[in-house]
Ligand binder design. Structure first.
Ligand code: LMR
Length: 407
């Protein structure tokens, strides 16, 4: 008998074998992903999906933007290789996004590192990896509530997160004094996670004056701001939505921006994003960039190309850029229009007029949210967050009536 055959005979039986998988604990389902599945399974024709954050047109459809379609067609004709691009992805995509985020007069290129990522989530993962590598004891401060996945990503990197009050549920607006008071207490070198615009889940954005006040505390305390910018253009407009971020970027030495093109280019499933890191000088820029590349290599090695290539083509071509911006502005207008229709229908929705972007939170109990789902086929996040962009001229009326019935 060969040694190999002997080993086979001596293998423990299935029952005695210690399995790696038997040590695993079942993980709770992500509430939003669960909601998508529940809604998909519901066959009622009158169902209203205000759950996951995707833009819908008047027919309730999430379209491929015209400029994206044109860029994709161009890409298919022009692309003559699928060979690797490298861990940083499409460098020209990254380069062309810089003025979109930081403005045409941005001058700090020698301090700016970054690369293409799979969606904003990929960028967030790299951001927190980078922070963990630089200072595993840094606490991440965030306003409560925040996007649920923020906390999961932070926890997975091994960092600690600490919440501060942000949203006043009664007034349905930001409690800015509480935010400032809390920030004044945090330790130097900590990290503050902010939403660039169109806060997810509340829709409550800082005013420009509030950004200025925040910038002062952040720079005085030497905090590192991480700004999640996933909805640029869907609040007040492409430039308006980043006025606060740009102001802050001029007051601090170091800052991270995690960017998503999934919503403002309608690229959702293509997972298109970027990370931008401002560091103190050109020397530290090099080190940061090498860390981003190393981190990328172990997560996804190189990001998927298609979405970023389409965005790059749009940003390189004036006609496509204009078409994209026109359509983006129309999307923003449709969302504001829905906010106005809701507020006109019932004063219960009046706070939505002060909020921006796709999301707002309705003050509903879990029982009310469940009732709306069971009796009216209305799907919203368990927090009462609604995707305002999911409502259409046909569904607004039944939506308002159903809410009026439960409140
Ligand atoms: C949302 O919050 O609905 C989106 O950002 C989708 C997601 O991945 O959670």
């Amino acid at each position: 008998m060969t040694a190999y055959a002997e080993n086979i005979t001596e293998r423990p039986s299935h029952s005695e074998k210690k399995s790696v998988f038997s040590n695993l604990k079942s993980q709770p389902a992500d509430a939003l992903l669960e909601l998508i599945a529940l809604c998909r399974e519901d066959t009622r024709e009158n169902k209203i999906d205000v759950g996951v954050g995707v833009f819908c047109d008047d027919q309730g459809h999430t379209p491929v933007m015209r400029a994206v379609k044109a860029a994709e067609i161009q890409l298919i004709h022009e692309q003559n290789t699928k060979s690797y691009l490298g861990s940083a992805g499409d460098i020209e995509f990254f380069r062309r996004l810089i003025p979109v985020v930081f403005g045409n007069d941005f001058k700090d290129h020698e301090r700016l590192s970054g690369l293409q990522t799979p969606g904003g989530t990929g960028a967030l993962r790299l951001a927190f990896d980078l922070i963990h590598a630089g200072n595993p004891n840094a606490d991440i401060h965030y306003g409560n509530p925040t996007w649920v996945n923020h906390l999961q990503i932070i926890a997975n990197t091994g960092l600690n997160s600490i919440s501060h009050p942000f949203y006043n549920r009664e007034k349905r607006q930001i409690d800015f004094d509480a935010v400032l008071d809390d920030l004044k207490q945090v330790k130097r070198g900590d990290v503050i996670l902010l939403h660039g615009c169109c806060h997810n889940p509340t829709g409550c954005d800082f005013t420009f004056d509030q950004w200025k006040a925040l910038s002062e505390v952040i720079s005085q305390k030497g905090l590192l701001p991480v700004i999640d910018l996933a909805y640029q253009g869907l609040g007040d407009g492409l430039e308006e939505d980043v006025a606060g971020l740009r102001w802050l970027s001029q007051q601090v030495d170091e800052m991270i921006v995690t960017y998503s093109c999934d919503k403002n280019f309608g690229l959702y499933r293509e997972r298109t994003g970027a990370i931008f890191v401002l560091s103190q000088n050109a020397e530290s820029r090099k080190i940061v960039q090498s860390n981003l590349i190393a981190s990328t290599r172990t997560h996804w090695s190189m990001p998927p190309d298609h979405g970023a290539a389409a965005v790059r083509i749009i940003l390189e071509n004036e006609a496509l850029y204009d078409s994209w911006l026109t359509e983006l502005n129309a999307m923003q207008q449709r969302i504001s229009g829905n906010r106005q229709s809701l507020a006109k229908a019932d004063s219960y929705f009046a706070p939505l007029l002060q909020q921006k972007g796709m999301f707002s939170i309705l003050p509903l109990s879990p029982e009310q949210i469940k009732k709306l789902r069971i009796e009216n086929a209305i799907y919203m996040a368990p927090s009462g967050r609604i995707n305002v962009a999911g409502l259409t001229p046909t569904t607004i009326d039944p939506f308002v009536k159903a809410i009026q019935k439960v409140i």
